[in-house]
Design a protein around this ligand. Structure first.
Ligand SMILES: Nc1nc2c(c(=O)[nH]1)N[C@H]1C(S)=C(S)[C@@H](COP(=O)(O)O)O[C@H]1N2
Ligand SMILES: [Mo]
Length: 438
């Protein structure tokens, strides 16, 4: 066995083919990436997993078996039990897939992605919290308290999914720096607030307005009060959509501090980074917003595909807009044993950025064949959809269940890592779980 101290993820990240060889003695066919897990390699992988792998000849090379892919330490933020900590400065934590099983994500299971230091709870004075609308293309500058927001504008409730642009980053080869999210930087709670559009129209939107951006009350990790940890935005048309909210409530309760209490933006279907937390200021811009994390490699990907590891010139990088089609298997949890001969019921969610999911498929043979799942309608636009399916297993041993969604433009999730980019965004490869048929 290879050097355990480095961990399986790190080994695969450095060089997936080499990791296969080091750990299992497996060499894959460079053309088909299949079929070379035999003899000693197969025995080693079976021993690590604790079962034989009936369909080993179909298992692609360079892939960590799902049974071994989800190991980390528990997270300890009160109110977020069960989440996996990725970093504590700033706090970043993701949710294991099986804890995302609810149709509407409970507050305690919503991931946390902080770029700076959140405001302390004691420093938040609800009565005097003000939101300022300004910027060079706002009709006038307006300040509103939370009570004024609540009393002057119509309230709306939508279920909106939030996914970090870097969700899935841990699988990129060559690796990308940043939080090594696996699959759990996503959730879909129900949000209540006022429409960003109504508030922008109240302040006035000049004819030359093109972008709307936020500032929040969190502070830069350096402690320098003149530095802003993150300030991002969206084109005016996205800001004006019905579902773009200034929210004070999540699932009918106050938003948890770590998720932006007392006020945050929720703009569904785009990278979570456009949803400003601890919201204090909105600016209407006459140019593409240029705040911290809008430029360089932040939340930007090559405008056209590049070879893995390429240096991409700044002018060839484009801002991420809608997130790609993706899905999760939330039941059963990875690693269960299941009696052979009994059908196994599966379920999960699927989403597709600004689009809808039009079909959902599952595979038990490493993607060789797929069967259609039953797919539900979203609660509203930009909410995830629920799916279910039943599968069975021909003989005892190790299986993986793979899930694949297709969006309303006919685009499917890839089975392996999609387009490499310098910061490891937009990995929408199929989610996989392990099942032992016994
Ligand atoms: N003010 C502020 N807003 C922010 C952030 C932040 O660090 N500060 N992080 C952004 C990022 S990158 C994401 S993915 C989402 C995460 O929201 P959550 O922590 O509620 O899950 O908030 C966004 N809004
Ligand atoms: Mo993010």
């Amino acid at each position: 066995m290879a050097d355990k101290k480095r961990g399986i993820h790190e080994l695969y990240r450095e060089d997936a083919e080499q990791a296969d060889y080091l750990i299992w003695g497996r060499k894959s066919d460079p053309l088909t990436r299949r079929g070379f897990l035999k003899g000693g390699g197969l025995a080693a992988m079976s021993a690590a997993i604790g079962a034989s792998i009936p369909l080993a000849h179909l298992m692609p090379g360079g892939l960590i078996p799902a049974a071994l892919a989800q190991t980390s330490e528990p997270f300890e933020i009160p109110g977020k039990e069960g989440l996996i900590v990725l970093n504590d400065r700033p706090v970043n934590a993701e949710t294991p897939a099986h804890l995302l099983d609810d149709a509407v994500t409970p507050a305690r299971y919503l991931f946390v992605r902080n770029n700076g230091t959140p405001p302390a709870m004691q420093s938040i004075d609800l009565e005097n919290w003000t939101l300022t609308i300004g910027g060079e293309s706002a009709g006038r500058e307006v300040s509103l308290t939370i009570d004024e927001l609540k009393s002057r504008f119509e309230h709306h409730t939508y279920q909106l999914q939030l996914e970090c642009g870097g969700n899935g980053r841990s699988e990129f080869v060559p690796p990308a720096g940043g939080n090594q999210w696996t699959i759990g930087a996503v959730g879909c709670p129900e949000w209540t607030g006022v429409r960003l559009r109504d508030v922008l129209e109240y302040a006035g939107i000049d004819d030359d307005a093109v972008y709307v951006a936020y500032y929040g009350a969190d502070t830069h990790l350096s402690g320098d009060p003149t530095k802003v940890p993150i300030s991002r935005g969206v084109p005016l048309a996205k800001a004006l959509e019905d579902e773009s909210l200034i929210a004070w409530s999540m699932n009918g309760e106050d938003i948890p501090l770590m998720n932006g209490y007392p006020l945050r933006l929720v703009i569904g279907g785009w990278p979570g980074s456009v949803c400003g937390k601890w919201l204090t200021q909105i600016v209407v811009r006459n140019q593409v917003h240029d705040g911290p994390k809008m430029t360089g490699t932040s939340y930007r990907v090559p405008c056209s595909p590049v070879a893995p590891g390429s240096e991409v010139p700044d002018e060839d990088m484009c801002i991420i807009e809608s997130m790609p089609v993706k899905s999760l298997i939330t039941f059963p949890r990875s690693g269960i044993e299941h009696p052979i001969g009994e059908r196994l019921a599966l379920r999960g969610h699927a989403w597709a950025g600004d689009l809808e999911v039009s079909a959902m498929h599952v595979s038990t043979d490493f993607g060789a064949t797929w069967q259609e799942a039953t797919l539900g309608r979203p609660a509203n636009r930009l909410a995830w959809q629920h799916w279910q399916a039943e599968v069975d297993f021909p003989e005892a041993g190790y299986y993986e269940i793979w899930a694949r969604a297709i969006d309303s433009d006919g685009r499917a999730q890839p089975m392996v890592l999609p387009g490499w980019n310098p910061k490891g965004y937009l990995n929408n490869a199929c989610h996989r779980i392990a099942v032992q048929a016994v």
